[in-house]
Design a protein around this ligand. Structure first.
Ligand code: DC
Length: 215
């Protein structure tokens, strides 16, 4: 039987990364940050001086990019030419271009395959925008984590990041290919007035309930 996949989607700065990491830890599953995968491609393209509008060139470059999507311990990593990417992934040039790069169908198809590979041999908690709708549409464990725009902007600012989340969300919601949208069967959690611990508990309890029903 395929190992379980927990899908956590939601808009930028909704708190889904923090929550997904803790849910993975509680369950002993691997945490996969798919935003970092899109960010790595956006960063690499910026390094090469390739604009997000150069779709054909980007599609051609994809199989030969020196990027590796792996994991360290129980957390996904992104490497470029063997070097782990960290701070690079939140550079302004990446924040500004990533939603445009993520709208390119060839980029999405390329990463979809890599994302599913993680779940072939291990249980995962995967966070992103289309995990419940496109990556694991058949998983019974889908969560759509959101928060009011004010709360999300405040959370981003508290991280010391200046990132136009409104524009990124607009691009992510309006793109033709796998847009950010709530899966019809996802449980919606508005985290505006919740603590991280409350959100984690709600998700973990729901997974436990569903697992008991299934077994
Ligand atoms: O989660 P994040 O803010 O690091 O994501 C960066 C961008 O990548 C975001 O603007 C949308 C895109 N993305 C996506 O389109 N699909 C995913 N599964 C994850 C991220």
């Amino acid at each position: 039987m395929k190992p379980p996949a927990i899908a956590i989607d939601g808009p930028a700065a909704s708190g889904k990364s923090t929550v997904a990491k803790l849910v993975a830890k509680k369950l002993g599953y691997t945490f996969i940050n798919t935003g970092a995968m899109y960010r790595a491609i956006a960063w690499y393209l910026a390094q090469q001086g390739v604009a997000p509008a150069q779709h054909e060139k980007i599609a051609e470059m994809l199989p030969n990019m020196p990027l590796d999507f792996g994991k360290e311990g129980a957390v996904s990593t992104v490497l470029c030419a063997g070097k782990r990417l960290g701070r690079e992934l939140t550079e302004p040039v990446v924040n500004d271009s990533v939603s445009l790069v993520a709208a390119i169908p060839e980029v999405r198809a390329f990463l979809l395959h890599k994302q599913r590979e993680y779940n072939e041999s291990e249980a995962v908690v995967m966070e992103g925008r289309d995990i419940g709708t496109a990556v694991f549409p058949d998983t019974p464990f889908k969560y759509y984590v959101t928060a009011s725009e004010e709360v999300r902007a405040a959370r981003r600012a508290a991280q010391g990041l200046t990132d136009s989340i409104r524009e990124r969300d607009k691009n992510d919601r309006e793109r033709a290919c796998s847009p950010l949208t709530r899966a019809a069967d996802a449980r919606v959690i508005d985290t505006s007035d919740m603590t991280v611990e409350q959100v984690v508990a709600e998700i973990v309890n729901d997974i436990k309930d569903k697992t008991q029903v299934q077994s």
